[in-house]
Write a protein that binds this ligand. Sequence first.
Ligand code: SAH
Ligand code: SF4
Ligand code: F3S
Length: 471
Amino acid sequence: MTDNFLKAEQLSQKQFEYMKLTAEIMDIRKRGEKPLAFIRTYGCQQNVADSERIKGMLALSGFGFTDTPDDADFILFNTCAVREHAEDRVFGNVGALKNLKRRHPQILIALCGCMMEQEHVANRIYNSFPFVGLVFGTHALHKFPELMYRSLVDGGRVFERGTDDKKIYEGFPVRRDGSFKGWLPIMYGCNNFCTYCIVPYVRGRERSREKGVILSEAKQMINAGFKDITLLGQNVNSYGKTLENPVTFAELIKEIDGIDGDYWLRFMTSHPKDCSHELIDAIAGGTHISKHLHLPFQSGSDRILKAMNRHYDRKKYLETIAYAKEKIDGLSLTSDIIVGFPGETYEDFKQTLSLIKEVEFTSLFTFIFSPRKGTPAEKMDDPVSAEEKSKWFRELLDVQEEIAAKRCAEMVGTTERVLIEGVKEKTGELNARTSGNIIVELDGSSELTGTFQNVKITKARNWILKGELCK
Ligand code: SAH
Ligand code: SF4
Ligand code: F3S
């Protein structure tokens, strides 16, 4: 048994009773008409997965859903704190709700998610946005029905954050956004404390869901016709360490891969410090596991990696990549990068450039460093100007664009199995994705949405492929 072993709790019966009570109140208020909720989700897939649980609870509370805030009885923003830009967008959009509340005083406006776990943010909302009636952080998700009910009946403002950070709750009703592409959280929180990152502070300590619960949710999704399932965690490689019977991530993914059906299995995010050969072998030998590894390296400079508290160096990262390329045919690699970490020099940045040239990633998620209140990096000396950082950032994008274009051009003439994701509004073409997560556009009927098809790649336009359905 590990020190921090904890048993999952079921969402309490009391919460289901609150859902019923809310349904009754709303039925009276709306005189039998269905109340509507508008939910906007910012940030990563973890937030998307949480919103799907909130929507599940709202559906059991009698709510339907709308894309028009003006039609809503309940508006919720699920927020992200990872960069300043993300927070600014939320503040701007919440400010814009003031007039809506004036026009519809009955409307309940709520904020939840990562931003709300920061005390200074909750205080700012409390003081500057009096029309926000309900605020709850990531650790209060299991109490949402009760908090919602209290906001509706008390008339006062309800603020709840920062409790139960070590617990894990099961038994949420889930209303998934998609019917063939879905998210499956396998763990919550993070213990890594990279010096730039707010996530461990707003999501709490790392904790894993029981393997049996994950397997049964995966089976349900596959039986319901899901074709593309992404296992979610901030660092999936350390899955299972908090369980009574520890399981490795490689063992978990191999068991899920053993479920019969026609589907792809993905996962994110892998941390390079413990991306094991066992996991790479599992991808190589898997039936459903996508030949895609998202392995954020953040910086190519050892000095900066140390300052970031990442616990690997360039050499170890490149060794992992070399092993993965050797074992997995047709591997697609993607990564996250931060430009302009405090103290980074142009020499350090050039190490990042040389690493992306060496690895040849399919695509990159690139970010300029954003100081986060309460993290160690916020207090580090940061002498490089914002203009200079933007210049480096553009240089990085140019280099990557060339690499992505070259990688896509190499695929022309090959046949790829793709999942058709929908129709592009502008052109009427079908949008599809390869197992390596590369976008393919092709002509075809919208009825193919949600199906796997074989496609001949005919053209590459920068990092997007064009293809034709194989007869
Ligand atoms: N757990 C994942 C990442 C979660 S956050 C991992 O470790 O890979 C997603 C990405 O946002 C990070 O990989 C990082 O590149 C970026 N990021 C996080 N904090 C940031 C900050 N303060 N400034 C800029 N980018 C940041
Ligand atoms: Fe943030 Fe690092 Fe945890 Fe990822 S591993 S969520 S970057 S602290
Ligand atoms: Fe943002 Fe929270 Fe995800 S801070 S990136 S929504 S874990």
